[in-house]
Design a protein around this ligand. Structure first.
Ligand code: DDQ
Ligand code: CA
Length: 254
């Protein structure tokens, strides 16, 4: 009897491990986005977008109006910097750079540069960043997400991201959403929803088809899905040099 129960339990556990929820999506609103902007970091607060753009010589920190994409203010990075992820924490904005090992810290109201922080040695590249309101969470293009203390910029923990035991690499733009880290995968149409305490992927969001013809210039030229923002219960996604921002709602398992 005990053996039968053991057998049944292990079958249940194995099958539970082999399936994972993959959400579909529905577009509930569409907003304009500039095809000039190589979006690398993306967040929305109130009616403003805060965006970090990439490419050498074209990288900026921007505040844009969500409704018409008009520029409220912007600050260019010097041409030796390739802008990457962006997040806010305690009235400051934190902007990563790709291979330049520097993070810019700005006053969110004035865009005045407060300081330029040298990456800790463990962080080789800057890709995405988000915050839970206390700490900074930084991806570097691998399956790792580093938890950084904003007081002294030390890395206090490393999260190893796996889905059903498999490492998921190329995690790019991030967003903290209701206790999960959402990250889009570079050159994929997928978002993973990560449990920050374990690194396990709770579920996937399949965004196939969201970039219709004409949405961007060239997927092969780098214009891939990149940018998740969460504001008062609403979820927005966009891409590098995409023409639109999509407000989406998730659908159940597909
Ligand atoms: N990263 O954001 C994934 C970290 C780096 C993206 C670099 C993409 C370069 C594309 C260059 C296209 C030139 C037209
Ligand atoms: Ca984001």
């Amino acid at each position: 009897m005990a053996f039968v129960i053991y057998l049944l339990l292990s079958v249940c556990l194995i099958s539970a491990q082999e399936s994972i929820i993959i959400h579909g999506y529905k577009i509930v609103n569409t907003f304009p986005h500039s095809s000039q902007d190589f979006t690398q970091g993306f967040l929305i607060k109130g009616s403003s977008i805060y965006q970090s753009t990439g490419l050498y010589g074209k990288s900026e920190l921007q505040q844009l109006d969500l409704l018409d994409n008009s520029k409220i203010k912007s600050k260019p990075l010097t041409s030796n910097y390739f802008g990457e992820g962006l997040t806010d924490l305690n009235s400051k904005l934190y902007q990563l750079t790709w291979k330049e090992s520097n993070m810019m810290v700005y006053d969110i109201e004035t865009f005045n540069l407060i300081e330029t922080v040298q990456y800790p040695d463990i962080l080789k590249e800057g890709w995405g960043i988000c915050s839970d309101g206390s700490y900074l969470y930084i991806s570097d293009g691998s399956n790792k997400i580093y938890v950084m203390d904003p007081e002294d910029y030390s890395i206090i923990r490393t999260i190893f991201v796996t889905s059903l035991g498999n490492r998921i690499a190329k995690i790019n733009e991030l967003e903290w959403i209701d206790g999960e880290i959402w990250g889009n995968i570079w050159y994929e149409h997928y978002i993973i929803r990560i449990d920050p305490s374990t690194g396990n992927v709770n579920s996937w969001v399949n965004l196939n088809g969201i970039d219709q013809v004409g949405e961007y210039n060239s997927w092969n030229g780098g214009d891939v899905l990149n940018g998740i923002a969460y504001n008062t219960g609403n979820i927005y996604v966009t891409g590098k040099r995409w023409n639109h921002i999509y407000q989406i709602e998730l659908e159940g398992t597909t």
